[in-house]
Design a protein around this ligand. Structure first.
Ligand code: AMP
Length: 250
């Protein structure tokens, strides 16, 4: 069973994100970039499936400019067997990415496609769902546990009220939640080995996909600064402040 994993290069999760002065987006110049954390979980899960002899090959796919090859190298260092870079400098949105992934899936014929549940930069949480719809495959989103048995997958999902267990037939699309696994650190030997693994290049034109944006970002703003808290002397003062200043009680 071949597993395809979609990985996105995003601003490193430990970096404080800054909005560009002109409000057109967030600053990415000279900012540390890394693989989206949910995508790391996706790669880890796919590699575990291969290590358990459930998957035969893990193919990592990323769309974006030349720099996404670094992210693909990280996926190869975690243990993916090979990678595909869909090269484009165009602004990509979830629908365009889902169309690209669909076209790559048509070439690769995976039985399972794993994506992160969301990219921590745009927080769209759309690509996996759109991909499943375009492929007309079942989907299991926000997975916190996965078990493949024959031609189906049992997926435990984190939902508001608790956990939901789904059985989906393969091929299917799955998106990862935080508690699915803890991704390993790539060891130095594996980082070295990853340098020799192949990264194939494709373009949206070769895949016959139009990635032109369907949405226009009007403005990006910093969240309003939180006011500092105050210490109150006693309950009576707290109640007075809640009534007269915060106006949350009558
Ligand atoms: P989003 O819908 O933007 O929140 O992204 C959800 C998931 O879609 C990510 O965790 C990735 O698995 C995948 N994805 C998003 N953008 C890309 C990209 N440029 N290349 C490959 N996969 C992507």
């Amino acid at each position: 069973m071949k597993v395809m994993v979609a990985v996105k290069r995003t601003i490193d999760a430990n970096v404080k994100v800054r909005v560009k002065a002109d409000g057109t987006g967030v600053e990415t110049a000279n900012v540390k970039m890394a693989m989206n954390p949910f995508c790391e979980i996706a790669v880890e899960e796919a590699v575990r499936l291969r290590e358990a002899n459930v998957a035969t090959e893990v193919v990592a796919v990323s769309a974006g400019p030349q720099a996404v090859q670094e992210t693909l190298r990280s996926a190869l260092a975690i243990g993916a067997d090979r990678a595909i870079h869909v090269q484009t400098d165009a602004l990509l949105q979830p629908l365009g990415i889902a169309k690209l992934l669909k076209a790559v899936a048509a070439k690769e014929q995976p039985r399972l496609i794993i994506l992160g549940k969301q990219a921590i930069d745009d927080d769209n949480n759309q690509t996996g769902q759109m991909l499943a719809a375009l492929l007309d495959w079942p989907q299991a989103t926000f997975a916190s546990k996965l078990k493949i048995e024959g031609d189906s997958a049992e997926v435990v999902r984190e939902v508001d009220g608790g956990l939901e267990t789904l059985a989906v037939s393969l091929p299917c699309v799955m998106t990862t939640d935080l508690r699915l696994n803890e991704p390993r650190y790539a060891s130095l030997p594996n980082i070295m080995k990853a340098k020799k693994k192949p990264i194939d290049a494709l373009t949206p034109e070769q895949l016959g996909v139009d990635v032109s944006p369907r949405l226009k970002v009007l403005k990006v703003e910093e969240p309003t600064k939180r006011k500092g808290g105050v210490k109150v002397a006693d309950v009576a003062e707290l109640v007075t402040k809640l009534r007269s200043e915060a106006k949350v009680i009558g």
